[in-house]
Design a binder for this molecule. Sequence first.
Ligand SMILES: [Zn+2]
Length: 171
Amino acid sequence: MSSDEAAKVDAILKAVRKEEGNKHCFVCHERGPQYVDVEHNVFVCTLCSGILREFSFRIKGLSMSTFSLAEAKALRGGNDEARKTLLQRFDGNAPVPGEKDRIREFINDTFVKKRYMPRSKGRAASDDIDPDTPPAKPKKPDAKPKAKPARPDSSDEEVEVCFSRVNARHG
Ligand SMILES: [Zn+2]
């Protein structure tokens, strides 16, 4: 990254961190979030960033990571913008700082199951499938022949060939 680009990234990050919505953790509203979930572009606290990591979401520390220009630009809007989609249908109580179990459940509902997202707006139908339901397993092709071929009682060569093929398959 050129120094010019790095300066742009710095300026964008500074600006987005000043936005009111980004001064609190997206999940638990802890003050002064120090991490960013760069998959959802939300600002989160140390505890919530650790739990998001458990779910394999990509986390970057604001003070210790290098952000690309694209990543910095994607952060514009931040928590407020993400709340409009990810939490559009959420009307319960968000977890409070330190409530580890509630935070884990909330993160699972919000980011994994996407339970609070609008149902119809430009989402693929597959996103509406409840992830709790295991995907249907493909049916095993029925390899076994229904009945054992009768022993050829003639010396007809063709029957003999068929029979040996069947035996070979069962080998
Ligand atoms: Zn938090």
